[in-house]
Write a protein that binds this ligand. Structure first.
Ligand SMILES: [Fe+2]
Length: 430
């Protein structure tokens, strides 16, 4: 295998290690549905293998199906999450055997394909990037399931850099056009393409994500009891569900606590807030006299280099996201303290854009002009419209392989089991 193929093989191995670590549990924990929002963990495990079989073995490798009778069970479109526990899915031992069998053949395909060939699935290893990113995304989903399960374990403390003393609260991004999306990042998804010029007026954006202390101040100021801060849909959701705090927060006397992977601990006031839905983020921003950034505002602040007049792959440039630049890859099972990554700042001086928490934007998930679905419509196209809000930046649970300035995630505005926070922005006063 050449160097490029060796790197792909190493990434395939790393992501599989991760999936197997998250599913080293007794069968009951893997088979049970911990929340109607989530799949049984063993479904995710076999689903990543089935997806790998579909795309690498059948589509890219021309190999006949290994287990065609299970395809429907693992088709996320045919089986909504709430119905998955009733499916005849593979048990843990069989699922592990199946994904291992697929993987052996995948390495044979990798060995034989021409990564410089004309096929868009083969070129630059796109199809391998597709399955590597897909598996990492499911691993993050599995972590959210494990957090909801309340089972102990998977709390990693890692070794994160310390926070820093407060600096400027906001950064000004001057008016001007920038290039959004990409034509050149080999493993970018269809929804990040094509690159497109977007002209924005000047705006202010928070240098850091909103922290737990600031969010607690919103709660203590009666933020959850004042419909002025909420959209009508958000207020209706808050009332009906009786929501008064982020998910996994509790209050005891004057002190705030959070529960993380089965362990209850004092809420660290200097970490970015997480487990808030879009409605909560939007209400906080209005209370603070600001608003959520639009998706183009977020991406310009993150990736645009105004001097070089080009987009960076990461806020700091092209260097891989190492441990001194961003909190990614589940090094610790929580966001890093605010201000922990001065070296990870963008050209404009905005920090902690990648890693720590996904960040809600005010934008719906929509196609860029000139969008073409690839390699299949169900990855992005069927989700476009005014139903899902865009999330950016990746969380502590996201892997560097599935994070970049152009990467787009999306979810319903009520979702908060994901590792999500936000930062605020505001228009330039005229
Ligand atoms: Fe999937």
């Amino acid at each position: 295998m050449n160097d490029h193929k060796e790197r792909i093989a190493a990434q395939l191995l790393a992501v599989r290690d991760r999936s197997l670590t998250y599913t080293e549990a007794d069968d009951d924990l893997l088979i049970r549905q911990h929340s109607p929002l989530m799949s049984p963990l063993v479904w995710d495990l076999a689903h990543v293998g089935n997806y790998e079989e579909l795309w690498v073995l059948r589509e890219a490798g021309g190999i006949t199906p290994m287990r065609p009778e299970i395809d429907d069970i693992y088709d996320a479109f045919k089986t909504p999450r709430k119905d998955r526990p009733t499916l005849p899915f593979l048990g843990p031992a069989e699922a592990r055997r199946y994904i291992e069998g697929v993987r052996g053949r995948v390495l044979d395909v990798l060995d034989s394909v021409d990564l410089e060939g004309p096929s868009p699935l083969h070129r630059d290893g796109f199809v391998f990037g597709l399955v590597i990113q897909h598996e990492h995304q499911h691993d993050e989903t599995m972590l959210a399931t494990l957090q909801l399960s309340g089972q102990p374990g998977l709390v990693r403390e890692g070794d994160l850099p310390p926070g820093r003393a407060p600096g400027p609260e906001e950064v000004y991004v001057p008016a001007g056009a920038f290039q959004m999306g990409t034509d050149t990042i080999p493993w970018a998804y269809d929804n990040e393409r094509p690159a497109t010029w977007v002209d924005l007026p000047g705006y202010w954006i928070d240098r850091l994500p909103v922290g737990n202390a600031a969010y607690a101040a919103f709660i203590e100021a009666g933020g959850y009891d004042d419909p002025r801060w909420w959209t009508p849909e958000g207020w209706e959701w808050r009332q009906r569900r009786g929501i008064t705090t982020p998910l996994f927060w509790t209050k005891d006397g004057d002190s705030w606590w959070r529960t993380r992977f089965g362990r209850t601990e004092p809420l660290p006031m200097n970490e970015p807030v997480q487990h808030v839905c879009w409605y909560e983020a939007d209400a906080y921003a209005r209370w603070a006299g600001k608003r959520l950034p639009t998706e183009p505002e977020w991406e310009k602040a993150c990736g645009w280099d105004p001097e070089a007049r080009r987009a960076r792959r990461y806020p700091w440039g092209e260097a891989d996201p190492g441990p001194s630049l961003a909190n990614l890859g589940h090094r610790a099972a929580h966001p890093a303290p605010l201000g922990a990554y001065p070296g990870g700042a963008s050209a404009y001086g905005v920090e902690q854009l990648l890693g720590d928490v996904w960040e809600w934007t005010s934008s719906w998930f929509e196609a860029y002009p000139g969008f073409r679905s690839f390699p299949y419509k169900e990855y992005s196209e069927v989700f476009f419209g005014e139903e899902y809000r865009v999330l950016r930046g990746g969380s502590w649970a996201a892997d560097p392989a599935a994070v970049r300035t152009t990467f787009r995630n999306w979810d319903y505005p009520i979702r908060r089991q994901i590792f999500t926070g936000f930062r605020c922005a505001r228009s330039e006063l005229v």
